[in-house]
Design a protein around this ligand. Structure first.
Ligand code: ATP
Length: 502
């Protein structure tokens, strides 16, 4: 699995999807730049989300709030006092870790040991293998798995809020510094994740600000402005995509956990008492959205939270099977009226809705869906990257992106660089580029050009050859099946459209 992950990172760099930020200065940890193909894939994911949330729902509208907000926002939202991660330093190595992540990684290692034994047994017994029976009768594997579950449930119960508890668990499990093996830890401390900055030039009047750690608060502060100017009736939603910043302590796993990342959030405002109905509605709707991409049902699962954040009365994650295991991809939270009430209290202004049907004023309840755009990118990219062994025994690397998300929809390739074939290819490009991202490539043998487009995730290769001059037909090759059809140039647009439209 580690190898798969390394492949993902190097493929992303080699084929122009993601580069480390400021690489000439040896990079900046947990900050990444999206390159020429990455920016297209990311844009397509964002549009796919936007279309399904905003365009397809008459009662959801968009917003683009500023990253910088009045600092009292973060006092009211609880971020100044409670947006912390538990942190522990190793006294010998001077390395800093997130205490809960250290425990989680330890649990994951135990789980991996169990899974290895299960896989070995499966290989040995073949079709006759019954996993449940094996786990029930094999004492060692049973013990690993129950230990794994116990640690996870202790973490889920929110023990990370109690710093003494995390410290005790690290000692009880005899967890060591993953790099040096030392068990000499400091106490666990809370560490606030917000990035601070300053507004204004003069030293005494400058105002301390934060870079927003979530996009949601920009929606809450604009709730009444949008409702009134748009004449919105509850239930309605406000959707926003944009950058958020968190000074993460463990910055690793590539774009899974970044310091600067992008969120796609929707806050849905409902009548108090109706939030559970909408919470279940959005859980299901959001899972279906993920499934519509066709990455495989088995790669998703819900994780319902037992321990809830201070603002929530129900919360679940949609977890995805990343190359390093199932991890949070999206959160669905029933946030009650916590945020709007807090902003009323801190601002002294009313943030209430007049419900014409009930003939009363109230502060709406909120159901939130929040997905990381970069995590979506990683989920899509890592799952699509495949090594295939072909009939002749050779292998090919192919990025089987959902066609609707592919950066380039078709590559137009003249078979040779002469006889007027490049001119015909360029004419085809001039026709198609109004509707799709298309690319031109004339370098190397056509087989190698196909492989390059496979690695970039391009769903179609269109080859112009000598027959094209005679009858205006071309070959169109399908990325996944490698099948080639002979079609009229005039048909190309419909064929591509059929496959790639949102
Ligand atoms: P985690 O537990 O992984 O830190 P979280 O529960 O703090 O995530 P939320 O505050 O619910 O995350 O944010 C909503 C979504 O934003 C997450 O589901 C995730 O997809 C994304 N996200 C959060 N933090 C990061 C980050 N540091 N880098 C990339 N994406 C992130």
């Amino acid at each position: 699995q580690e190898d798969i992950f390394k492949n993902v990172v190097s493929h992303a760099k080699e084929y122009g999807f993601i580069f480390p930020s400021s690489e000439v200065y040896d990079g900046l940890s947990a900050v990444y730049d999206y390159a020429q193909n990455g920016v297209e894939l990311k844009k397509n994911i964002r549009e796919y989300w936007w279309k399904s949330m905003v365009q397809m729902n008459e009662n959801i509208v968009g917003l683009d709030a500023a990253i910088l907000m009045h600092p009292t926002t973060w006092k009211a939202s609880g971020h100044v006092d409670a947006f912390n991660d538990p942190l522990i330093d190793n006294k010998d190595s001077k390395k800093r870790y997130r205490a809960d992540v250290l425990v989680e990684d330890h649990a994951e290692k135990i789980n991996q040991k169990a899974q290895k034994e299960i896989e070995k047994a499966r290989a040995r017994f073949g079709d006759a293998f019954n996993e449940e029976e094996f786990v029930a009768t094999n004492a060692r594997v049973g013990e690993y798995l129950s230990k794994y579950k116990e640690i996870l449930s202790r973490l889920a119960k929110g023990m990370t809020d109690d710093l003494q508890d995390v410290k005790a668990l690290i000692e009880e499990l005899e967890i060591a510094d993953p790099e040096t093996g030392s068990r000499n830890w400091t106490d666990v401390k809370q560490f606030n994740l917000m990035f601070g900055t300053k507004l204004g030039a003069s030293a005494d009047s400058a105002m301390d600000l934060y870079l927003r750690p979530e996009t949601a608060q920009g929606i809450f502060l604009n709730f009444l402005n949008v409702q009134k100017s748009g004449r919105m009736k509850i239930p309605f939603g406000i959707a926003q995509t944009g950058k958020a910043f968190r000074n993460e302590i463990v910055a690793r796993q590539f774009i899974f956990r970044m310091r600067e990342f992008e969120q796609m959030e929707m806050q849905f405002f409902v009548r108090p008492g109706e939030e559970m109905k909408w919470y279940h509605h959005w859980k299901e709707t959001r899972l279906n959205w993920h499934l519509s991409l066709g990455l495989g049902k088995e790669n998703y699962r819900f994780h319902d939270h037992e321990k809830l954040a201070h603002y929530a009365n129900a919360a679940a994650d949609i977890e995805f099977n990343f190359p390093f295991g199932f991890k949070e991809l999206e959160g669905i939270h029933s946030r009650t009226d916590f945020d709007l009430k807090a902003h009323e209290q801190y601002s002294g202004r009313k943030l209430q809705y007049f419900d014409p049907e009930l003939n009363e004023n109230y502060v709406p309840y909120v159901v939130e869906t929040s997905v990381g755009l970069d995590r979506m990118f990683l989920a899509v990219f890592a799952t699509s990257l495949q090594e295939e062994t072909l009939e002749d025994g050779s292998t090919r690397t192919v990025l089987k992106l959902p066609s609707v998300l592919a950066p380039t929809k078709a590559a137009i390739l003249p078979l040779v660089k002469k006889d007027g074939l490049p001119d015909i290819a360029k004419k085809i490009i001039d026709d198609l580029k109004w509707d799709f991202n298309v690319a031109y490539d004339e370098k190397d043998a056509v087989g190698r050009r196909y492989r390059r487009q496979d690695a970039l995730g391009t769903p179609f290769c269109i080859t112009v050859d000598h027959q094209t001059i005679e009858d205006e037909t071309v070959t169109i090759r399908h990325r996944d099946t490698m099948k080639q059809d002979r079609v009229k140039i005039a048909e190309l647009k419909d064929i591509i459209e059929n496959e790639v439209s949102m």
